[in-house]
Design a protein around this ligand. Sequence first.
Ligand SMILES: *[C@@H]1O[C@H](CO)[C@@H](O)[C@H](O)[C@H]1NC(C)=O
Ligand SMILES: *[C@@H]1O[C@H](CO)[C@@H](O)[C@H](O)[C@H]1NC(C)=O
Ligand SMILES: *[C@@H]1O[C@H](CO)[C@@H](O)[C@H](O)[C@H]1NC(C)=O
Ligand SMILES: *[C@@H]1O[C@H](CO)[C@@H](O)[C@H](O)[C@H]1NC(C)=O
Ligand SMILES: *[C@@H]1O[C@H](CO)[C@@H](O)[C@H](O)[C@H]1NC(C)=O
Ligand SMILES: *[C@@H]1O[C@H](CO)[C@@H](O)[C@H](O)[C@H]1NC(C)=O
Ligand SMILES: *[C@@H]1O[C@H](CO)[C@@H](O)[C@H](O)[C@H]1NC(C)=O
Ligand SMILES: *[C@@H]1O[C@H](CO)[C@@H](O)[C@H](O)[C@H]1NC(C)=O
Ligand SMILES: *[C@@H]1O[C@H](CO)[C@@H](O)[C@H](O)[C@H]1NC(C)=O
Ligand SMILES: *[C@@H]1O[C@H](CO)[C@@H](O)[C@H](O)[C@H]1NC(C)=O
Ligand SMILES: *[C@@H]1O[C@H](CO)[C@@H](O)[C@H](O)[C@H]1NC(C)=O
Length: 421
Amino acid sequence: MHTKAFVLAALSTVVASEKTCLNQTVPVTISSRNGNFSLKAPSNNIEATAFVQNLSRPGQNYSSTVLSGYNTVSGTYNISTKFCYDNDKSGTDAALQILTHGIGFDKTYWDLPYNNYNYSYINAALAAGYSTLSYDRLGIGNSSHGDAVNEIQSFLEVEALRSLTTQLRKGSFPGVNQKFKKIIHGGHSFGSIQSYSFANLYPTETDGLILTGFSLNSTYNAFFLAGGNFQLASLNAPLRFGNLSEDLLHASADLSAQQGLDVDLTANLANLLSPSAGSPQNLPSGYLVTGNPSANQYNFFLPGYFDAGLLYESERTKQPVTVGELLTLSSLSPTNAFAGPVLVITGSADLPFCGGDCLTTGTSSPSIPATVSKSFINVAPENFTAYIQPNAGHGLNAHYNATGAYAYVNQWLKAHGLGAN
Ligand SMILES: *[C@@H]1O[C@H](CO)[C@@H](O)[C@H](O)[C@H]1NC(C)=O
Ligand SMILES: *[C@@H]1O[C@H](CO)[C@@H](O)[C@H](O)[C@H]1NC(C)=O
Ligand SMILES: *[C@@H]1O[C@H](CO)[C@@H](O)[C@H](O)[C@H]1NC(C)=O
Ligand SMILES: *[C@@H]1O[C@H](CO)[C@@H](O)[C@H](O)[C@H]1NC(C)=O
Ligand SMILES: *[C@@H]1O[C@H](CO)[C@@H](O)[C@H](O)[C@H]1NC(C)=O
Ligand SMILES: *[C@@H]1O[C@H](CO)[C@@H](O)[C@H](O)[C@H]1NC(C)=O
Ligand SMILES: *[C@@H]1O[C@H](CO)[C@@H](O)[C@H](O)[C@H]1NC(C)=O
Ligand SMILES: *[C@@H]1O[C@H](CO)[C@@H](O)[C@H](O)[C@H]1NC(C)=O
Ligand SMILES: *[C@@H]1O[C@H](CO)[C@@H](O)[C@H](O)[C@H]1NC(C)=O
Ligand SMILES: *[C@@H]1O[C@H](CO)[C@@H](O)[C@H](O)[C@H]1NC(C)=O
Ligand SMILES: *[C@@H]1O[C@H](CO)[C@@H](O)[C@H](O)[C@H]1NC(C)=O
């Protein structure tokens, strides 16, 4: 017995770095004060477009127009999670990064399998010694779905993020026998908005913020809404988000077997006909999705700096957004109570948060994201950085130089007392 244990221990010290991930669904019991919006969920594409027209009209705040009060929403929901560590590098005291994706994606955004995981944020974090938790936001992907108007809103999702964080701090997260002392919250876009809100509500429950694809300037939200060409998810990609039958699954397989179709035509047909990995989600009214690859490109990709194959992969795996999320997107506190290190890192040509150019401010501010510092009234100047990642659009992780951005993030964390060990 002794000999065997010794041999195993000796072997494990020479095993090369190895990524290990645990996929599981984790229940969260949560409650939040949600907006009560007097709005019928859009149930066809005319209503979906009308909703976007209402929401993007300049000079008015449509959320405020339809807000009729507040409701307490409570429940136990399932969150689809992926916990990763490196057998060799992530020590038992390793810091943890909790990663919250944005609109249009799911947790895969942090671990893109494209080109043999060459774009994986998680691989870079693991190589720097961190452990990671990525998850599908409540309402999206393989997490629980819900009412698209008054249930699946930013407020409730922030509480789901809090529950996951608490479980990981206390050592009660299923299958992970560790109490994390140092937890960094990383987000992309809407995931950054939620991480920002989480840190403001519970400032002692995070040790640092990495807000990617982010600013606090809402001027260009309307570009994102208009550019998205949003349609009802169940109609745009019925086999993934609707409730269509097996027959069409077979038709889809036949279609994808055909060669020589124009790539855009294939992508548009794929939306209609590409099968779901699991069973179709049968999403209710009020779940919207970007219309096609061009809408996806406009909102997330900077021409010249991305691989077209990854655009089409993002389209094939795109995820929806609820109208309740869109109505609560900008319900952010203008000041933030958090006092620790904050990095904002946004692509130079970010569309929703910079209008396509983060450096044209018309003021003395060096960039649009730099103005976020004014909100972190408790953060020392040396603990706040706004960095503009060159040659990238909003979907930072999907551009050629994504790993350049990841290296910047990991060096910045180390320099601000948030190294992995
Ligand atoms: C976890 O899920 C991902 C994506 O669904 C899959 O590629 C991977 O093989 C799974 N890992 C394990 C250990 O099941
Ligand atoms: C929510 O708004 C609806 C009208 O849209 C109203 O009938 C209902 O009483 C409101 N609920 C609460 C808790 O305010
Ligand atoms: C858009 O706004 C108009 C005017 O307020 C309203 O009548 C209509 O129901 C709204 N439609 C949607 C889908 O939000
Ligand atoms: C969560 O998942 C479990 C196991 O798959 C299932 O039994 C349960 O009904 C789910 N709960 C919700 C709220 O979806
Ligand atoms: C991964 O990226 C590196 C440089 O960042 C490149 O040299 C290599 O060819 C890429 N591999 C794949 C499979 O794309
Ligand atoms: C399937 O979706 C259609 C259109 O979205 C809807 O009218 C129908 O009720 C749904 N059927 C089931 C069984 O959910
Ligand atoms: C969601 O579940 C399906 C079916 O189990 C699986 O194929 C897919 O990889 C999952 N996606 C994510 C992002 O977890
Ligand atoms: C719009 O109104 C909502 C609800 O009153 C508020 O939370 C939000 O901050 C407002 N948005 C903007 C951009 O002013
Ligand atoms: C900056 O953040 C680090 C890490 O949280 C902290 O130890 C340090 O005190 C902060 N610096 C200031 C001046 O607040
Ligand atoms: C948003 O950025 C634009 C361009 O820099 C600027 O004109 C506008 O004043 C900014 N809005 C806010 C609220 O800071
Ligand atoms: C890649 O990103 C890093 C970090 O932002 C930057 O220093 C470098 O100049 C970038 N390279 C290119 C070719 O854009």
